[in-house]
Design a protein. Structure first.
Length: 370
C-alpha cells in the first residue's frame, strides 16, 4: 500500500469512526481501524462486534493494500503532523507516515496488524436502503434518549424502541421510572413495522452522526437482526437488542383528572433552585399544588431547605407530589414551547408531562414517596 492523502480529511475520517472504540479498550484488534485502499479510495472501518462504523475518502493511490492500525494512536499522530498532505506506505509490519510540503522532516512508523485478523463486517445490498429525513429522526432521538436505561438488567430498557406504521414513526424510551414517546411523519415507510430496539450506545452514535445536510438512508437485515444506517459517506451498522419491549401504551395514563400549566423556563428554574439543597442522589422536590399556585420544597438534614412558588393555571384540590428533580429537569430540557403541562390523578399515580404545542410528544414520570 502506498498513497498520499489530505491530512485534515484523513484526521476527520479517523475521528469519525474511532468513537465506538471503548475508552478502556486494551491493545487488541478491536482497538484498530481497518484501512482498505483501492481505486483511489480509502475505506476505514471500526467495530466492537455489536456495532460497526465505516467511512471512506479520496486518496492518490500508487499501490492498493489492506492493513489495520491502532485507531486512536493513528489519530493522535496525524494531529501532531503538519503540512496539507501525508504520504503513507507499508513496509513489512509497519506503516510509514510523513508530511509533504512541511517545514519539518518528520517520519513516523506505526506497527500494523494483519487485515485477515480483523472481524468481518456485515454488508447489505444497496437496493435495500430507504431514504429518510435526518433532521426529523435526530429531533426524535434528542427528545427521547434521556429516558433510556443504562446497564439495566432488564436489557430491553437499554435502548430506544422504534416502530413504523406506514409513513409514521414512533420512538419510545423508558428505564422503568420514566418514559418518553414521540411520533412523527417521515414521509416514507421504514422497515420497522414490527418494532426494533436500538442499543443505547448506537443511539448516541446515530444522534452524533445525523446531519440535516447529509443524505440519509436505512436498511434492515431481519435475518441477521442488524440495521444499517447511511449518513453521507458514513455507514453505521447496529446489532439490535433481542427481546420484547414493554407495552408502553399501558404505561401512559389514559385518564387525567387534573392538569397544571406553567411557564416552562420558570418551572425549570424553580425545580433547579429547590433541588440544590435536596438529598442526593434522587434530589427529591415536593410540588405543593393549589388553586393557581405551585410551590417547590426540598430539604436535607444538617444542610438546609429550599422554598419557591410560581403562579400557574390550575383548578383542583390541593395536592403534594414528590418527584425526582433530575427526571423533571430532563423532560423540561426537551420541551420547546414556552409552557408545559403536567397531568396527574393522585400523588402516587404516574404524572404525564406534555408540550402544549406538540400533541405527538408525551413523557411519563413516576412520583416519589414523600
Amino acid at each position: 500500500m502506498k498513497l498520499t492523502v489530505d491530512r485534515q480529511q484523513f484526521l476527520k475520517a479517523i475521528t469519525t469512526v474511532d468513537g465506538i472504540i471503548p475508552a478502556r479498550e486494551i491493545r487488541s484488534v478491536y482497538s484498530n481501524v481497518l484501512m482498505d485502499v483501492d481505486k483511489n479510495t480509502m475505506s476505514l472501518t471500526t467495530t466492537d462486534l455489536e456495532m460497526s462504523l465505516k467511512t471512506r475518502l479520496n486518496v492518490q493511490m500508487e499501490r492498493k493494500g489492506t492493513t489495520t492500525v491502532p485507531a486512536r494512536k493513528m489519530a493522535q499522530i496525524i494531529s501532531t503532523l503538519d503540512g496539507e498532505t501525508l504520504e503513507l506506505s507499508i513496509d513489512g509490519d509497519r506503516i510509514l507516515m510523513k508530511p509533504l510540503q512541511s517545514t519539518t522532516r518528520a517520519r513516523i512508523e506505526l506497527v500494523t496488524s494483519p487485515a485477515a485478523d480483523y472481524p468481518t463486517v456485515p454488508v447489505i445490498a444497496e437496493n435495500q436502503f430507504v431514504s429518510f429525513p435526518a433532521a426529523v429522526l435526530r429531533e426524535m432521538i434528542q427528545r427521547t434518549q434521556y429516558a433510556m436505561a443504562q446497564d439495566d438488567s432488564r436489557y430491553v430498557f437499554n435502548g430506544i424502541f422504534a416502530r413504523t406504521n406506514k409513513s409514521d414513526m414512533i420512538l419510545v424510551a423508558t428505564d422503568g421510572r420514566r418514559l418518553s414517546k414521540i411520533q412523527r411523519d417521515l414521509g416514507t415507510t421504514l422497515p420497522f413495522k414490527d418494532g426494533i430496539i436500538l442499543p443505547a450506545k448506537a443511539v448516541k452514535e446515530l444522534f452524533r452522526l445525523l446531519d440535516a445536510s447529509e443524505d440519509s438512508s436505512v436498511a434492515f437485515d431481519e435475518k441477521d437482526r442488524r440495521v444499517h444506517f447511511k449518513i453521507g459517506n458514513v455507514e453505521l451498522i447496529v446489532k439490535l437488542i433481542d427481546g420484547s419491549f414493554p407495552d408502553y401504551e399501558q404505561v401512559i395514563p389514559r385518564k387525567i383528572d387534573y392538569r397544571i400549566r406553567v411557564q416552562r423556563s420558570e418551572l425549570e428554574k424553580a425545580v433547579r433552585q429547590a433541588a440544590s439543597v435536596a438529598i442526593e442522589p434522587a434530589r427529591q422536590v415536593r410540588l405543593q399544588i393549589s388553586q393557581n399556585s405551585v410551590g417547590f420544597q426540598s430539604s436535607t438534614p444538617d444542610l438546609g431547605k429550599g422554598d419557591n412558588e410560581l403562579d400557574c393555571d390550575y383548578s383542583g384540590p390541593d395536592m403534594v407530589i414528590g418527584f425526582n428533580s433530575v427526571y423533571l429537569l430532563d423532560v423540561l430540557k426537551v420541551i420547546e414551547s414556552d409552557d408545559v403541562s403536567i397531568g396527574f390523578t393522585s400523588p402516587s399515580a404516574p404524572a404525564v408531562v406534555t408540550d402544549p404545542s406538540d400533541t405527538e410528544f408525551v413523557a411519563v414520570v413516576m412520583p416519589m414517596k414523600i
